[in-house]
Design a protein around this ligand. Sequence first.
Ligand SMILES: *Cc1c(COP(=O)(O)O)cnc(C)c1O
Length: 462
Amino acid sequence: MHYKSTRGQVAGIGFIDAILMGLADDGGLLVPEYIPQVSAETLKSWQSLSYVELATEIFSLFVNDEIPRSDLEKLVQDSYGTFRHPEVTPVRKLRDNRYVMELFHGPTFAFKDVALQFLGNLYAYVSRKTGSVIHILGATSGDTGASAIEGVRGKEGIRICILHPHQKVSKVQELQMTTVDDANVLNLAVEGTFDDCQRIIKELFADVDFKHRYHLRAINSINIARILAQTVYYFYAYLQLAKQGLADKLNFSVPTGNFGDIFAGYLAQRMGLPIHKLILATNENNILERFVNEGVYQPGEFRGTYSPSMDIQVASNFERYLFYLYGENTEDAAALMSLVKTEGKLVIPDDKKATVAADFAAHAVENDECLAVISQYYDDYSYLLDPHTACGVAAADQLTGTDEVTVTLSTAHPAKFNEAIALCEIKQSYPEQIEALFSKPQHLKIVKGTNEAVQDELVRFF
Ligand SMILES: *Cc1c(COP(=O)(O)O)cnc(C)c1O
């Protein structure tokens, strides 16, 4: 399998080079050269596979022989052996026709572990195989940083530096990042906002000389490996429910921010997975809901919500969907994306609106509704939803019929977001792994929000 860019100037890239490239060199996003097809018979034959076996089958469709099968098996085993649940991403029944798939049993209690455990091992593998040095530089508003650090801590050939806005991430998120004491991890707490962190990273990556001299690699959600890893659990949930005869009209409801997780679902569907409806759930930062329901993609004003990992106005993976919406036409996708820059928005014609409506249903969840759903499911079904998952469940409740079965992706453990849970007057107990963080020493360096300040630290560290 080779990879190509949505903007047409990069093509014929192998899997490993696609991982290392991150963002395509022409500014677009990498996608597979073609979408591999999974037949109904193959799907049926996968019903008895464990999560690890299934993941190996699906990855091998995208890797071909660039990584030998036995190496791939080991990579997958190592990545999901760290999960606390034997099924990795178990599917649980909430009530009639409503299920959640718990994606939070990895080291940092958020779904990003599913992709970043794999990407971390993949980077280590590439470093070993090629003898190359890998220096990861990233910015986080919370979950990605913790997950990425867990993915590579202590691994030979890799160093990681993560920028987070000083005292602007949740306490648990801060502790998850800063209590790691491996020498290959550097936490920079930037005096400023998440936007400042992201701007600094972007400018440092744009300095090609600096980027090459220090072997900088990215871990943000546009990396194609993250999408592929997330495709696996859509298949897994489908197969679990199909075994019980519950997959005839199977929907997935996905709490969405950067469009990465739901794009993985779209890809699974294009590969042949019979998904009835893909439901896109947003919070009050509803740019994607407006796109699905009105055909206009226009970044609006930032709103702080109870589901901060979805507080996003520009969805970094959106361009991948546009590319497929326009029949893989690179010129159309690039022209539309440039409209967002020049005009501040893009508008699609009615025929495309109809295609979008066939691909997705969407609902934007207001802050009060989010809390009400957490309380309702806790009181009526004894299940504690985190605020992100609650947005997904709220959307499922709005948009599904009685003859449909819906799986909401549960993207985080409620302990990570106790601020919202406390507002519902629910007292939760923390898992022991999170409780233990509060007594560990922290390792971080506070820096000014300037390129020079961050660059100085990097030069010393890398
Ligand atoms: C990152 C994140 C999301 C959003 O996922 P995208 O792939 O960016 O759409 C939702 N919930 C939680 C808890 C997250 O950490």
